[in-house]
Design a protein around this ligand. Structure first.
Ligand SMILES: Nc1ncnc2c1ncn2[C@@H]1O[C@H](COP(=O)(O)OP(=O)(O)OP(=O)(O)O)[C@@H](O)[C@H]1O
Ligand SMILES: [Mg+2]
Length: 367
């Protein structure tokens, strides 16, 4: 097993596109790390550089302490599972699993042992003589994982391996890959743009935007302590609400938007001091922290604001209510104890223990 270290890793395509820019990252031995970010942010490029499928323009990649920039992919002891895992249709599952090892001229006995071991781990032993077309989507995906597994690599790289599966199967495979990691204890780097996958699978999440690593942290730390507005908006579903406005300081400090006026708690006032006054800011609040009043304990809550519900989304264990102010739609999350309808007028308050303030120009987080 192995650690993976990136130092100032940069990929420039065609002398101009910075697909990955100055990546600094240490992945410990046995860690499960997820790379997330919007389409085009550089996730696959980063993974492909670690695998050796893409040349590094600048910087250094170390696997288990050794610089691998000039080591070809086949000598890196890494296995990669792609989104399009195309199995060979004319080969049985056994032949699909053993194909890579046969190419590498492993002894027959060794190949057989490895295939049987991988099949056992993935619970596909009974399908070894079947062709892929006689398997379900999930079983095929397990065969694809098996092809990586038989190599017994130091590091597994996954590039959106579940994105072709339906919702239910995704959840199932997510649990299986987690389980696989617990059994094998190998280092795994997993790319997804599904943040539920990222939150539930990883020890550590790397959030990328426009080729730049924004934050590296545990899932809960990212959720509670995002470093900037991008991370705050990317992690969490439905996303954090962002209300544009200004900080006004006439005696007491207030956040003022077109529709909301919120007196800031003294702790926030101290932290902000002069840095944010008279500047355009964004007030951030997650859907679960806009609460419908009256409540038993309102000590942490802001002044009341009246809203009119325009969309109701009951999802079973909770309800999302949407309301519009100006041209921005906001979301609040509440218990399914009440039957809300579009047009309902509600009094809501913001939980100021859970508020964020960002600089509108730079996305930098003040509070
Ligand atoms: N071979 C290439 N030549 C030029 N530009 C490229 C090449 N490969 C990728 N890019 C660019 O690099 C950037 C990062 O691409 P990459 O495939 O790493 O994104 P991604 O995060 O994996 O996106 P997705 O979620 O859509 O898979 C994009 O702007 C892409 O257009
Ligand atoms: Mg990609």
């Amino acid at each position: 097993m192995a650690s993976v270290e990136l130092h100032n890793v940069t990929k420039i395509f065609d002398n101009q596109v910075y697909a990955v820019n100055g990546a600094e990252l240490t992945i410990q031995d046995e860690e499960f790390v997820v790379l997330v970010g919007p389409s085009g942010c550089g996730k696959s490029t980063l993974l492909r550089m670690i695998a050796g499928l893409e040349e590094v323009t600048l910087g250094e990649i170390r696997i288990d302490g050794t610089v691998v920039n000039d080591i070809p992919p086949k000598n890196r002891n890494i296995a990669m599972v792609f989104q399009n895992y195309a199995l060979y249709p004319h080969m049985t599952v056994f032949e699909n699993l053993s194909f890579g090892l046969r190419l590498r001229k492993y002894p027959k006995k060794d190949i057989r042992e490895r295939v049987l071991e991988a099949a056992k781990i993935l619970d596909i032993t009974e399908y070894l003589e079947r062709k892929p077309k006689a398997l379900s989507g999930g079983q095929r995906q397990r065969v694809a994982l098996g092809r990586a597994l038989v190599r017994k690599p130091q590091v597994f790289l996954f590039d959106e391996p579940l994105s072709n599966l339906d919702a239910k199967l995704r959840v199932h495979m997510r649990v299986e890959i987690n389980h696989l990691h617990q059994r094998l204890r190998s280092t795994m780097i997993y790319v997804t743009h599904d943040q539920i996958e990222a939150m539930t699978m990883s020890d550590k999440i790397v959030v990328l935007d426009k080729g730049v690593i924004q934050q590296v942290d545990s899932p809960l730390e990212l959720y509670n302590n995002p470093t900037n507005k991008f991370v705050a908006g990317f992690i969490g579903s439905p996303a954090m609400n962002f209300i544009p406005g200004e900080i006004k300081a006439n005696g007491e400090m207030k956040f003022q938007s077109r529709n909301f006026s919120i007196t800031l708690p003294s702790k926030v006032q101290k932290e902000l001091k002069d840095s944010a006054t008279q500047k355009d800011v964004i007030f951030g609040i997650r859907p679960e922290h806009i609460v419908i009043t009256p409540q038993a304990d309102e000590s942490q809550l802001s002044e009341g604001q009246e809203i009119i519900v325009d969309v109701v989304e009951p999802v079973g264990n909770e309800i999302f209510l949407y309301f519009t102010e100006g041209d921005i739609r906001y979301c609040l999350r509440t218990d399914p104890t009440h039957n809300y309808r579009p047009g309902d007028k509600l009094d809501v308050k913001f939980n100021l223990d859970k508020m964020y303030i960002f600089d509108a120009a730079s996305d930098h987080r003040y509070v």
